[in-house]
Design a protein around this ligand. Structure first.
Ligand code: HEC
Ligand code: HEC
Ligand code: HEC
Ligand code: HEC
Ligand code: HEC
Ligand code: HEC
Ligand code: HEC
Ligand code: HEC
Ligand code: HEC
Length: 394
């Protein structure tokens, strides 16, 4: 849930009254509406003394200059702010002033800064966003990042590591209410700042290539699989057991998959086979217990998922697949994967023998059972008729 933060007192429009009665009524309604919005608006977001605050121009007069910097311990923090970039940011466009965030600065020279490293300076301003984005603070509380941070890992990201407050573009489209396409394409780069090895794998994967090279937004970015502000530990048993559901979100959706000619039967056939059936049952009964059965990512990989026909890593290549099976079936030999029908339902092209045996049974069983039933029914009928005849003769 996100809430909009009005930064100015709302204007209530009142029509010219036709009579005293309607005037009083409208005035009453207007005051009531005003009181409601005022109650729903965080006090700090609707400053009444806007006019008295130093303007952005005042700050930018100095801060657009190149080569100005602040010395923090033995590090140097550049303090140049590009006015054009700032002007395009969501905050500037929402008329948030420099001093709405930098509440302790109103003039020059500025108050003394005590921190003696750039990181310490950043962390000291970590609560800046709370004023207006309280909901996100609540959300991050039990995320892996916050947990790492609370445990003393100062490298774990705070808001400003993922959102540069001076250049942050709008993320959620005004009309659509959804993440914009431009923002979606930039997500992996946000995470790459720190998870560079994973990003490099992802960029080479079938999903990452489509996003970064073709600008295709049907594929998952980091946050589709992990979440954003509420990222949880992906190495737990419950996360592992839930991966088939994660992939199913898209891979069972014909509207997406038909565009790429990819079968939407992969999840069904996986569940129907022994590995999937056991994992599914297992997940329902013991969501938090580790399973030793294969899930999608055991065969396909995680951040390095390839097109199945990719000669180097694709799982349609028997030798590539064999190495995956061998992790859990150490004795498996070259023809082991062939014993498994993978995702394909038997057809005259794939596994013709299985297909025709199935077909044979499809006709054979109904014919035999139907014949038997017919035989039994006619037999019963005959007996009843015979008995009735016998009674008549007696
Ligand atoms: C007269 C020029 C000038 C004006 C006006 C000015 N600054 Fe600065 N500011 C600087 C310089 C120079 C530094 C670098 C270090 C120092 O000398 O304090 C700086 C540093 C900063 C810093 C980083 C370190 C610190 O001291 O906190 C922030 C944040 C900052 N300014 C914000 C603002 C804001 C917001 C305004 C407008 C209200 C503003 N500045 C107006 C010149 C100015
Ligand atoms: C949405 C809140 C917000 C707005 C608006 C904002 N700042 Fe900042 N600013 C911050 C935060 C938070 C930091 C600390 C950055 C970090 O963690 O690296 C910061 C850091 C700075 C710094 C230190 C250098 C740096 O980039 O880290 C300067 C200088 C600065 N701001 C000036 C300005 C000026 C000038 C404006 C207006 C043109 C402005 N800020 C508008 C939140 C804001
Ligand atoms: C004085 C209030 C205020 C402060 C402080 C503030 N913001 Fe914002 N921020 C806003 C407003 C208003 C919007 C526009 C929200 C909207 O349209 O829903 C916004 C939008 C955003 C967006 C884009 C959201 C979207 O829907 O596209 C991000 C990301 C963001 N802020 C991050 C931050 C971060 C990070 C900080 C702290 C460094 C911060 N903000 C501090 C008021 C503030
Ligand atoms: C690890 C990186 C990361 C951190 C830390 C982070 N964000 Fe975000 N945030 C993102 C990404 C990526 C998106 C866009 C993806 C999405 O919304 O699905 C986003 C979206 C947003 C949005 C707009 C979407 C919405 O749901 O309203 C706001 C506002 C926002 N963040 C504010 C914050 C604030 C405030 C903090 C600190 C409490 C914060 N973020 C911490 C990465 C981060
Ligand atoms: C500023 C650096 C930074 C950024 C940016 C960042 N992370 Fe992290 N991330 C960390 C640190 C530090 C940890 C905790 C230490 C660790 O386990 O590696 C962590 C842990 C994680 C974990 C849990 C790892 C585990 O083994 O339990 C996941 C998942 C994760 N991050 C995903 C993301 C995603 C997704 C993004 C982008 C939206 C992101 N991170 C952005 C620094 C960052
Ligand atoms: C298609 C879904 C998916 C996408 C996209 C994805 N991940 Fe993951 N990620 C997973 C799964 C599943 C695991 C757990 C792997 C395991 O069982 O060890 C994981 C594990 C992780 C871990 C912790 C374990 C490790 O390998 O260090 C981090 C950190 C992480 N992902 C970050 C990212 C980042 C950053 C991105 C984007 C560049 C990303 N992930 C994209 C599904 C995904
Ligand atoms: C957000 C939607 C989405 C999610 C979630 C997702 N995928 Fe995909 N996947 C796609 C799209 C779209 C393609 C086609 C990309 C292309 O070919 O350009 C694709 C392609 C693939 C391919 C390549 C098929 C081929 O052409 O040979 C495999 C394998 C795959 N995904 C496996 C997975 C697995 C395993 C998961 C879960 C860990 C997963 N996907 C999660 C959307 C998704
Ligand atoms: C035991 C290994 C294994 C498991 C588990 C597995 N797959 Fe596959 N998958 C394969 C192999 C092998 C192929 C190559 C095509 C074939 O021969 O069936 C494949 C093909 C695919 C394709 C391409 C289909 C096409 O039409 O080109 C997708 C998408 C896919 N798998 C997704 C998944 C998803 C999603 C899961 C989990 C629900 C999953 N796989 C579980 C081995 C596996
Ligand atoms: C993550 C571990 C894991 C991976 C990877 C894996 N399996 Fe399995 N597999 C198992 C487990 C555990 C069982 C036992 C299932 C049971 O008893 O319910 C099993 C059972 C089987 C069986 C049933 C016969 C038997 O030996 O009990 C076949 C056939 C099989 N796997 C084939 C494959 C093939 C082919 C691959 C590679 C494409 C593969 N497996 C990859 C864990 C795995």
């Amino acid at each position: 849930m996100r809430h909009r933060i009005p930064h100015r007192p709302p204007r209530t429009r009142i029509h010219r009254p036709r009579s005293v009665q309607t005037f009083i009524l409208l005035l009453g309604l207007g005051l009531f509406a005003f009181a409601l919005t005022a109650l729903a608006t965080p006090a700090q977001a609707a400053p009444a003394y806007q006019e008295d605050k130093p303007s952005n121009d005042f700050c930018l007069a100095c801060h657009q200059q190149q080569d100005i910097a602040k010395t923090l311990g033995n590090e140097t923090l550049p303090v140049t702010i590009n006015p054009t970039q700032f002007g395009r940011s969501v905050h500037a466009q929402e008329n948030i002033l420099c001093v709405d965030c930098h509440t302790d600065i109103s003039d020059y020279p500025h108050p003394t800064v005590r921190e003696n490293s750039i990181r310490a300076y950043s962390l000291a301003s970590a609560d800046t966003c709370k004023e207006c984005h309280e909901d996100k603070y609540e959300k991050i509380q039990d995320s892996v990042h916050q947990v790492a941070f609370d445990a003393g890992n100062q490298g774990a990201p705070i808001c400003a590591d993922c959102h540069n407050p001076h250049t942050q573009p709008r993320l959620i489209g005004r009309e659509s209410g959804e993440l914009t396409i431009a923002a979606r394409k930039l997500v992996p780069e946000t995470c790459a700042e720190c998870h560079v090895d994973i990003y490099n794998n992802y960029r080479e994967s079938v999903h990452g290539k489509a996003l970064t090279e073709e600008g295709n937004v049907d594929v998952p970015t980091c946050v589709d699989c992990h979440g954003v502000h509420d990222i949880h530990d992906p190495t737990t048993a419950s996360f592992h057991n839930s991966t088939p559901g994660l992939c199913a979100k898209c891979h069972e959706n014909a509207e997406i998959m038909d565009k790429y000619g990819i079968s939407t039967n992969v999840v069904n056939t996986y569940v129907a086979d022994f590995h999937g059936a056991t994992v599914k049952l297992f997940e329902e009964q013991y969501p938090d217990q580790p399973t030793n059965k294969a899930v999608c990512t055991d065969c396909h990989g995680v951040h390095d998922i390839a097109k199945t026909g990719n000669p180097a890593t694709g799982v349609a290549m028997q030798e590539n697949l064999l190495t995956k099976c061998q992790r859990c079936h150490p004795g498996a030999t070259a023809n082991f994967p062939a014993a498994w029908m993978s995702h394909y339902e038997p057809s005259p092209e794939h596994y013709p023998i299985v297909y025709y045996v199935n077909l044979f049974y499809k006709f054979f069983i109904p014919t035999v059972l139907g014949g038997m039933t017919f035989f039994v029914l006619t037999d019963i009928y005959r007996r009843i008729v015979n008995r009735a005849k016998g009674r008549k003769h007696a």
